[in-house]
Design a binder for this molecule. Structure first.
Ligand SMILES: [Zn+2]
Length: 433
């Protein structure tokens, strides 16, 4: 597993200046390369990363400041552009498949949006005193609060909103590809399938009825964030006080993000190690980003973070995470499949009019999520086992599987629902509809 380690750095003035000017030069290069690709496209020609890398010596002749930047750092710029294009095409595909998203062509980057430089292979070294020696930048003081495991791969210097610089080191070895047999073998074990419902009332409720509340400090940071934000909005834009308030906001924000990060690491470790088959709802991330209500967006980000972290932690523990269709998980009775249309958000207890089940609202949802996951798992594994010997990264997108991700007791109307995207142990198996 390749992990990223983030360390705070302590730079002197000259180093900051050096990093800032490197960053700026890379940004200019990025924008120029994007411009070149756009022009070439309009003229019916194709510009690739390789051709752009080959032109770098010419760029250096014309702009000598690039000689002050490590060559691999420069070469990594068109790699980013490639990634931006790949993401763009990915979104176009999704859009063509009917997802309601913007395709969003790669942007020209402003100073605010270009925040990091990367040494993709070499040109840097971790010193015995825990500092880092980076070519063309010099020795950088760094606080290495935890050891780095495995082979060191890349070094990135990243600037945050408050203008602080961090060193991000990736290290480790790629996982060996999991085979269908690997995944299939858990069928013979005690799978202990567990569904998790995420909500505003309880942060997480599992299908055994266990609630996990969000820690108190979440609420407090939330309030602080709202206040800092309000404070900023009262100031005249770009005035001295506005800048101060902006700085304060990014500090509060940073603290909130760190708290969330720390907490979601602990919670996700717990979930990922406890169960073989872990099921969440596929949350609508697009919709989340769009909502402007701050408290809500923080909660959304926490859930998303917990799910993401659980997924990769489960993967390295050999467990499986599935994401299922979120439709009606709250309204459906987990015992008889009846759908209670008039269930309100304020109803904390689910009372089924048909079978008489009385159960905690979130627990009911978590059981529905578990049932859907189990069914999806069985269907998909039978399918995968039949068609593919090996799954994992680099496996071609799967063709649609016609399944309904529902418990067997579901009503026929419900059975026609489309199941949603599926993630297993971190491998995306494509949309399974
Ligand atoms: Zn019922």
């Amino acid at each position: 597993m390749i992990k990223a380690y983030k360390f705070r750095t302590y730079l002197d003035k000259e180093q900051i200046q050096n990093l800032e000017s490197t960053l700026n030069a890379c940004r200019e290069l990025y924008n120029a390369m994007l411009q070149q690709r756009i022009y070439a496209y309009r003229m019916g020609k194709k510009v690739t990363r390789y051709s752009q890398v080959n032109e770098i010596p010419e760029v250096k002749k014309a702009f000598p400041e690039f000689n002050n930047i490590h060559s691999q750092v420069i070469q990594e710029v068109p790699v980013r552009l490639d990634k931006a294009y790949d993401n763009f095409y990915g979104r176009v595909d999704k859009k063509n498949n009917g997802k309601n998203i913007k395709a969003g062509f790669p942007r020209f980057k402003s100073r605010k949006r270009y925040n990091s430089i990367t040494y993709p292979q070499s040109g840097f070294k971790i010193l015995e005193n825990g500092h880092i020696l980076a070519s063309k930048i010099g020795e950088i003081r760094m606080f290495m609060h935890r050891p780095v495991d495995g082979r060191i791969r890349t070094l990135t210097f990243k600037r945050n909103g408050a203008g602080e610089w961090y060193a991000i080191i990736t290290a480790g070895d790629p996982d060996k590809e999991q085979t269908v047999e690997d995944h299939f073998s858990i069928l013979n074990e005690n799978m202990n399938p567990t569904g998790y419902d995420v909500g505003l009332k309880s942060l997480i409720t599992d299908s055994n009825g266990e609630h996990t509340e969000a820690p108190q400090y979440f609420r407090k940071s939330e309030e602080r964030l709202v206040r800092a934000n309000r404070n900023l909005s009262r100031k005249k834009k770009y005035s001295k006080n506005w800048k101060k308030a902006n700085h304060r906001l990014s500090r509060v924000y940073r603290k909130t993000v760190r708290q969330r990060d720390d907490y979601s690491n602990k919670l996700s470790r717990n979930i990922a190690s406890r169960n073989k088959l872990i099921v969440f709802e596929a949350l609508n991330i697009q919709g989340m980003v769009r909502n402007h209500h701050l408290a809500k967006s923080i909660a959304d980000a926490s859930w998303y973070d917990i799910i993401r972290k659980t997924t990769y932690k489960a993967e390295s523990a050999g467990n499986i995470v599935l994401l299922v269709d979120p439709g009606n998980t709250s309204k459906m009775c987990s015992k008889c499949g009846n759908i209670k249309k008039d269930l309100k958000l304020s109803d904390r207890v689910y009372n089924c009019d048909v079978c008489g089940l009385t159960i905690d609202r979130d627990e009911n949802a978590a059981i529905n999520i578990k049932n859907r996951g189990l069914l999806l798992f069985l269907y998909v594994y039978v399918y995968l086992h039949k068609h593919f010997k090996k799954v994992g990264r680099g496996t071609p997108e799967f063709t649609p599987v016609e399944i309904g991700a529902l418990p067997a007791r579901a009503t026929p109307r419900h059975r026609s629902r489309k199941p949603t995207a599926l993630v297993m142990g971190g491998c995306h198996y494509g949309d399974v509809y």
